[in-house]
Design a protein around this ligand. Structure first.
Ligand SMILES: Nc1ncnc2c1ncn2[C@@H]1O[C@H](COP(=O)(O)OP(=O)(O)O)[C@@H](O)[C@H]1O
Ligand SMILES: [Mg+2]
Length: 321
């Protein structure tokens, strides 16, 4: 596979999302969101459930129509295009659940993914297929590229295994490989680690870095696994109730009080226990708070609840009808 850029990163804006809004009835699922993504950049999207992350990806890929806004891919306005046209323009999307044919092997799955993106042949050459040398050459090319991507994704040991023999994590990697076969300029990944075992999640970070370095594509990544998303992303965007709250370096975003409170509420002790914000910062704040307002000592023994007073029912007042 040919790298698109020498260092995998340049200053070119590949995706420009401007003031995009999506409403579901009365719910503002995405509310006036704008951001840009540069070539070879990985942007992580975080936010609590229902923040609008998936809907934003759906709006970018054209699976839901946006009420307002404009989306440009490599300088071209794609707002009016349908999902297939957007995919052909260079948007690749993976979903939360990998949908693959269970009776194909990994190699066959990848070969099909490449086949879909090669030029269709005419009816005559299809009939003459077994005889024509150019068809054989094309098939060899597909097979070579399928093996290249199997190697890139670390799937060599599973090459001839059927999809239904693979773990959820490996199926997700195959699904991701199929999207990469399309050679997208922007790859949108919705929770690639969901349903994965801890070990597979840990391997996902280096895998995404390898894909970025080899293909040079830009990645937008929705991910709940904080160690994964903070380690792999160049920048994070935090969403809450459909709005973009903050964008910046992973460390700054995860330490931003608005992000912390969106995830964990405002109780600083809960925050400290979560490990999301630097514990020294939290500890200082907690200590300062405790000095300012000494908390009442917790009683060692839980006081017994006061016995409930029996409520006397009024007697002899009921009229019989
Ligand atoms: N198909 C739908 N119909 C109605 N409301 C939806 C639909 N999909 C998502 N929503 C609502 O839009 C908001 C954003 O959802 P979503 O984009 O799935 O959030 P996230 O991916 O951040 O968890 C939520 O309030 C959700 O209930
Ligand atoms: Mg989602």
């Amino acid at each position: 596979m040919t790298p698109r850029t020498s260092n995998g990163k340049s200053n070119d804006v590949v995706l420009d999302v401007r003031e995009v809004s999506v409403d579901y009835g009365g719910v503002h699922a995405v509310d006036d969101v704008s951001f840009t993504a540069k070539k070879g950049e990985i942007i992580g999207f975080i936010g609590p459930n229902g923040a609008g992350k998936t809907t934003l990806f759906d709006a970018i890929c054209g699976f839901v129509s946006s009420e307002r806004g404009r989306i440009e891919l490599e300088g071209r306005d794609i707002t009016g295009l349908n999902p297939t046209e957007r995919a052909r323009s260079g948007l690749g999307r993976s979903f939360q659940d990998a949908r693959l044919f269970s009776s194909l092997t990994v190699f066959e799955t990848l070969a099909c993914a490449f086949e879909r993106h090669t030029k269709h042949q005419g009816a005559v050459s299809t009939m003459l297929q077994p005889l024509t040398w150019w068809v054989r050459r094309r098939e060899n090319k597909i097979s070579e590229r399928a093996d290249e991507i199997i190697d890139l994704m670390g799937l060599t040991a599973f090459r001839d295994k059927f999809i239904n023999e693979l773990s959820t994590g490996s199926r997700r990697v195959v699904d991701l490989a199929c999207v990469i076969a399309h050679e997208p300029s922007v790859l949108l990944l919705d929770e690639p680690s969901s349903g994965m075992a801890q070990k597979e999640t840990e391997a996902m970070g280096p895998l995404l870095q390898r894909v970025k370095e080899t293909t040079g594509c830009t990645m937008l990544l929705i991910e709940h696994d904080m160690p994964l998303v903070t380690s792999v992303s160049d920048e994070l965007i935090a969403l809450e109730t459909g709005r973009l709250v903050v964008r910046g370096q992973p460390r700054d975003v995860t330490n931003d009080p608005r992000v912390v409170s969106a995830y964990l509420g405002t109780d600083e002790r809960v925050v400290a226990r979560s490990g999301m914000i630097r514990t020294d910062t939290v500890r200082k704040r907690v200590n300062a708070k405790s000095k300012a307002k000494p908390r009442a000592k917790k009683p060692a023994v839980k006081p017994k609840a006061a016995p409930r007073k029996a409520v006397k029912k009024p007697t002899g007042t009921t009229k019989s009808s």
